[in-house]
Ligand binder design. Structure first.
Ligand code: GLN
Length: 381
């Protein structure tokens, strides 16, 4: 058996969702909406099935979706992406991340990863025989530690993996931080894999800027999006990578050995969805912001210290003022079992010496579900 995979545990999202189900808890752990995405997008997928869109589509994605991804890059960010050579459609952003890392890393290369980190990054870097150089963001401010980031770069640095808006922190990297990152990439002639699955889930006061839009970055960045997040259809697993032709051709080689293609009816529906009017994308963010506000206000009222969340599905809350005697893993287990509300321990996103009194709550849920969760927590306290 592969030693690294044998050592890899089951993902925390699956563990906590199973625990939530076992205890009938309201699941604010794993990040998925509890309502369906836009009906017209779902209908487009159903129509496409009946329209006999059921055989292998082209390797890098159906032309209509590649064109829609290129057009969205231009519409939202002014990015010029070639629909024929600059896009690769994947089966979810999860596959896209693996394909990009496979495309860029050789054994012995170094990849700079930023903690807290999404759970698929590190195992894949290791499987490829590369070495991770970890740079930690610390709560409560999650600021980029510039000296430590600089020190993580060296002669063997091949790439940096940047997740903005960031899971689990809800941090949206600032223009100054992005400038600093870009200068390091230029200086060290390194690439960036940009996990931007939450690109359209950004709230007032913050703005998502793809690293790829900065000077000298277009040729160094591969940018990953997810239909699951952009259309609140997380089970669909349609991802897309945009970038320069030389890099996308390598991503396509990885993709051909991972899944080769992605369901054609879903591709057609996502192509349709990406063409929706600006108002759709604005209301997606506005509705989610209202949910963030609801949960944030409620958690604060209960005595949690919530951290700013400018994007994504998630808010981090410090529970140390509640007087609970235990770490975040114990806390998340206890509130699942006793209060009937599930959250994710933030320590799961760190490799060593994690902070131990923060829990990640997902707010991509119906308002009445968020309210019920707050009531359950209040009763428990
Ligand atoms: N990205 C989702 C989260 O952070 C979970 C996806 C998964 O379960 N693999 O909650």
């Amino acid at each position: 058996a592969n030693t690294l995979l044998a050592q890899t545990g089951t993902t925390i999202f699956t563990v906590m969702s199973a625990l939530a189900a076992q205890h009938g808890a309201i699941n604010l752990g794993q990040g998925f909406p509890d309502t369906e995405g836009p009906a017209d997008v779902v209908r487009a997928a159903a129509d496409a099935l009946l329209d006999n869109r059921n055989q292998y589509p082209p390797l890098t994605g159906m032309p209509e979706l590649r064109q829609a991804v290129a057009a969205a890059n231009e519409r939202f960010y002014g990015l010029k992406i070639d629909a024929n050579t600059g896009v690769c459609v994947t089966s979810g952003a999860t596959e896209a991340i693996t394909a990009c890392l496979m495309a860029l890393l050789n054994p012995g290369d170094e990849a700079v990863l930023i903690e807290p980190l999404y759970d698929t990054y590190l195992p894949v870097v290791k499987l490829l025989g590369a070495t991770a150089r970890l740079v930690r963001l610390e709560p409560p401010r999650w600021e980029l530690p510039r000296e430590k980031l600089t020190a993580a770069f060296g002669p063997n640095t091949k790439l940096l993996l940047l997740n903005s808006p960031m899971n689990p922190t809800g941090k949206v990297f600032t223009p100054e931080e992005l400038d600093f990152i870009a200068s390091l990439l230029r200086e060290h002639d390194a690439y960036a894999v940009c996990d931007e699955v939450y690109e359209h889930l950004v709230f007032k006061g913050a703005r998502h800027i793809p690293l790829m839009t900065l000077p000298g970055m277009a040729e160094r960045c591969v940018r990953i999006g997810s239909a699951g997040k952009t259309f609140s259809l997380t089970g669909w697993k349609v991802g897309y990578v945009s970038g320069p032709a030389e890099l996308i051709s390598l991503v396509a080689k990885a993709h051909q050995n991972l899944t080769f293609t992605t369901a054609p009816n879903l591709q057609r529906a996502v192509a349709y969805g990406l063409g929706k009017e600006d108002a759709y994308f604005a209301s997606l963010a506005d509705e989610l912001q209202a949910k963030r506000d609801l949960l944030e206000t409620g958690l604060k009222r209960l005595g949690f210290a919530t951290l700013p969340a400018d994007g994504s599905y998630f808010i981090t809350a410090d529970f140390s003022a509640l007087g609970y005697n235990g770490d975040d893993v114990a806390f998340c287990r206890t509130i699942t079992e006793e209060a009937g509300v599930t959250a994710i321990p933030v320590s799961a996103f760190y490799v060593d010496n994690p902070p131990r009194h923060y829990a990640r709550f997902a707010f991509c849920k119906k308002n009445e579900v968020l309210e019920a969760a707050l009531q359950r927590l209040e009763r428990w306290m």
